[in-house]
Ligand binder design. Structure first.
Ligand SMILES: Nc1ncnc2c1ncn2[C@@H]1O[C@H](COP(=O)(O)OP(=O)(O)OP(=O)(O)O)[C@@H](O)[C@H]1O
Ligand SMILES: [Mg+2]
Length: 246
């Protein structure tokens, strides 16, 4: 469902040209949650932006739901919901109006927009602030609004960049449950985080990215087999050479 092969992306020019992502390959499958884990600057956002067609690979191929991100970006976008911290919401629209507006942009009919708004508002506990202007919402409420917007058109593939960033434990748990449900519905979920405990409970497949490269990947069981532990923090420190080695 998401197929990445040899993806490479550089930023900067001349001597300052450095790889942000240095040749990664991975596959995220329907009905499963794939966690891309890594520290600040590892290349998570760059990878997810390329999957979402917002930037183009310098090298390699990325396919989403069978469509190439460079050759068929429109087809990819219609099948994909993308959450990124940088996506602006309109302060003057209410949360409900925001969903209505983006639903129309996606070509959804008004009945379907209403139904999805109700469903998502319930799932993400957005009812108390649906009528409130986005500009007056708290960080967590805005984040829920962004997540609902990304999932509104029932995309086959959901890509979330640090979805729980800035959320309290209750709101985070709600988002984690929401992601879990998306996978149960058969969607392909790819998300990034540097919160290892979240990934431990949520992800079927995991990849650690460090300095633009995948340094370890597999299911939690496979990681446990290789490292004798399910502690992702410990495994991550070990594979990046920061922790005790075997
Ligand atoms: N538009 C850009 N121009 C120049 N450099 C960039 C750009 N976007 C990302 N980079 C660089 O690429 C590298 C990877 O950045 P990226 O945002 O993908 O990391 P990340 O894993 O998402 O980190 P974080 O956890 O801090 O969000 C970093 O060194 C960053 O400075
Ligand atoms: Mg990032």
């Amino acid at each position: 469902m998401i197929h990445i092969e040899g993806f490479r992306k550089h930023f900067g020019k001349g001597a300052k040209r450095v790889p942000a992502v240095d040749g990664i390959s991975m596959e995220a499958r329907p009905g499963r949650v794939f966690g891309l884990l890594g520290p600040n600057g590892a290349g998570k956002t760059t990878t997810l932006r390329a999957v979402a067609t917002l930037i183009q690979p310098d090298e390699g191929r990325i396919q989403v739901a069978g469509h190439d991100v460079v050759a068929e970006p429109h087809a990819v976008r219609s099948k994909l919901g993308f959450l990124t911290g940088a996506t602006g919401l309109y302060d003057r629209l209410s949360a409900a109006e925001t969903l209505d507006y983006f639903g129309r942009l996606q070509g959804m009919d008004p009945q379907r927009i209403k139904r999805r708004t109700r469903e998502l508002a319930e799932l993400l506990e957005m009812e108390p602030f649906l009528a409130q202007r986005v500009g007056t919402l708290s960080t967590g409420q805005k984040q829920k609004c962004s997540i609902a917007r990304a999932a509104l058109h029932e995309p086959e593939v959901i890509v979330l960049d640090e979805p729980t960033s800035g959320l309290d434990v209750i709101a985070s748990a709600g988002v984690v449950a929401f992601i879990h449900r998306c996978a149960q519905e058969g969607r392909t979920v790819l998300f990034s985080t540097h919160i290892m405990s979240e990934a431990e409970t949520l992800c079927h497949d995991l990849a650690f990215i460090h300095k633009g490269r995948i340094v370890e990947s597999g299911t939690l069981d496979e990681l446990e087999e290789r490292h004798g532990s399910r502690n992702l923090n410990g495994i991550f420190l070990k594979v990046t050479g920061h922790g005790p080695q075997d």
